[in-house]
Write a protein that binds this ligand. Structure first.
Ligand SMILES: [Zn+2]
Length: 98
């Protein structure tokens, strides 16, 4: 009942660089960060954008982003979007999308 696997079981999709919505996500994030003149050292905007897209498991997605160095909104852009070739390729818990 309380095993981690079933807890993780999908409330929605998980954003990764390979997801078709990734560029939409990143573009929105860039826009938001410009408009607010910067990052608040959290993933406030990433969370808001993922929520607004309505198809993602927001917590699981943010957790995955953190695993890859995206501890705040600007780091999501820098560390993940900035190194898209090297990331997620060897990720053990990338979910399969239908
Ligand atoms: Zn930041």
């Amino acid at each position: 009942m309380s095993n981690r696997f079933s807890l993780r079981k999908v409330k929605g999709e998980i954003i990764t660089i390979k997801h078709p919505m990734w560029s939409t996500f990143v573009n929105s994030l860039e826009l938001w960060l410009d408009n607010r003149s910067g990052c608040d050292d959290r993933t406030t905007m990433s969370r808001a954008i993922l929520q607004s897209m309505r198809k993602f498991d927001v917590d699981a997605s943010l957790e995955l982003l953190r695993d890859h160095g995206g501890y705040c909104d600007c780091e999501v852009l820098m560390n993940i979007e900035g190194s898209r070739e090297t990331i997620f390729d060897d990720d053990e818990d990338t979910e399969e999308f239908d």
